[in-house]
Design a protein around this ligand. Structure first.
Ligand code: SF4
Length: 409
């Protein structure tokens, strides 16, 4: 039967979208393209009785292929593209600040790949909009390129393509419906978003047991091959670490990948560090998870005392591995989040490519289609604007609204 995703404040309820996915899989005129977020592979295991944090990415591919998916690809690839766009954007702004002599008193930039955080800014702290990076999230970047570059390079009819994302996140559904991301009115790049818990039900309804499935490779390499940095997007500090790998390599002209950036790892609510970026000198960065903890940083920005140049914010505890669409359970706080986070670091450590700018499939995207990071076409497809949704004169709404958790089984 139909289940619903319920917001604890009662402000939002969202229909379970498993049936929409079955409809798309049954429709022969449709080409289904699935994208799997970095956190999904390490946050679904316990729903099928496997130890928390087990990486089941290739079993997920098998499950989707058995359901009839045409393409199963990896959001980690577009996380690497996010780093190229966001890293270029932030470096440009830092260079402008250096030229203007204002680097010492930084204009703080925030990451924008977490829609829970973006919603918070638009609804509660709209004065922070100018501080948000204009780069879209990996989900949105994947979908924009699946509807433009992919049909061109694979000779597919763009009208036949439907993008279905599997996400740890309830807020990604809301992001997929944003008017500001439509290329033409009413045309969405991301067609359906399933949370991990919906995806779990989808698998069960098809009678499959994920734990017992064999492995199948992703459709590779286009829109799938990824760096270890992209895997880090799954947890707090990971977007910053991935960005710093690339920004440091570019500014320091250092071919050596950075060692693990311990200062931004782990579960502390606010982490900070300083990194040397070539001629820009020492740049201060911070990492915050859970929107309640970002109030301090926003307060400093408003007072003009914020020492950070670049701040990563993820709305969920420990980042996407603790997302509102992941399996919950009694052990979530005690064991599971830690296990998921360790699995993320472990996968990164084993990946042959560690930094986004070294990903040959990202390099090919720019050579073949976009030109360069920050090009006119890249801006059109991979960047966005934000809107003040605070409601003029209204009091800021409760922060709880951004901690969306599925309450259904
Ligand atoms: Fe979604 Fe939470 Fe990840 Fe933000 S931190 S993208 S709200 S799962």
């Amino acid at each position: 039967g139909q289940c619903s995703l319920v917001c604890p404040t009662g402000a939002i309820s969202v229909r379970d979208q498993c049936c929409d996915v079955f409809d798309l899989l049954d429709d022969d005129s449709v080409t289904t393209v699935f994208q799997i977020a970095p956190a999904v592979r390490v946050a679904i295991a316990e729903a099928f009785g496997l130890p928390p944090g087990t990486n089941v990415e290739w079993k997920i591919v098998t499950a989707l292929k058995r359901m009839g998916a045409d393409y199963v690809m990896d959001t980690r690839w577009s996380a690497d593209v996010t780093i190229m766009e966001e890293g270029t954007e932030i470096l440009e702004r830092l260079r402008e600040a250096k030229a203007a002599g204002t680097l010492e008193k930084p204009f703080t930039y925030f990451t924008s790949c977490c829609p829970g955080w973006v919603n918070y800014v638009e609804k509660v702290a709209p004065d922070m909009i100018p501080h948000l990076s204009s780069t879209r999230s990996p989900q949105a970047i994947f979908s924009a390129l699946a509807k433009t570059w992919m049909p061109k390079s694979r000779e597919l009819d763009p009208k036949s393509i439907r993008v279905i994302s599997i996400m740890p996140c309830t807020a990604k559904k809301d992001e997929a419906g944003r008017k500001l991301l439509e290329r033409r009115p009413g045309e969405k790049d991301t067609d359906v978003v399933l949370t991990i818990r919906e995806f779990t039900r989808l698998i069960r309804r098809t009678g499959l047991n994920l734990a017992e499935l064999p492995d199948t490779a992703f459709d590779t390499p286009q829109m799938t091959l990824a760096s270890g940095g992209a895997q880090l997007f799954a947890t707090t500090g990971g977007v910053m670490e991935a960005a710093l790998r690339t920004m440091s390599a570019i500014t320091n002209q250092d071919p050596q990948p950075l060692p693990p950036f311990e200062d931004v790892r782990g579960a502390r609510s606010i982490k900070e560090t300083t990194v040397h970026l070539g001629d820009l000198g020492d740049i201060r960065v911070a990492v915050v998870h859970e929107c309640a903890n970002v109030a301090k940083v926003i307060d400093m920005v408003r007072k003009g005392t914020c020492p950070y140049h670049f701040v990563e914010v993820m709305a969920c505890p420990n980042g996407c591995v603790g997302g509102g669409g992941t399996p919950r359970g009694r052990d979530i706080w005690k064991n599971n989040l830690g296990a998921r986070q360790s699995a993320v670091y472990d996968i990164d450590a084993r990946m042959p490519i560690r930094a986004s700018h070294e990903n040959p499939e990202v390099i090919r995207l720019y050579e073949d289609f976009l030109g360069a990071p920050g090009s006119r076409l890249a801006h059109e497809l991979l960047h966005c604007t934000y809107e003040d949704r605070s409601g003029a004169g209204e009091k800021p709404r409760a922060r709880k609204i951004f901690r969306l958790v599925e309450l259904s089984p």
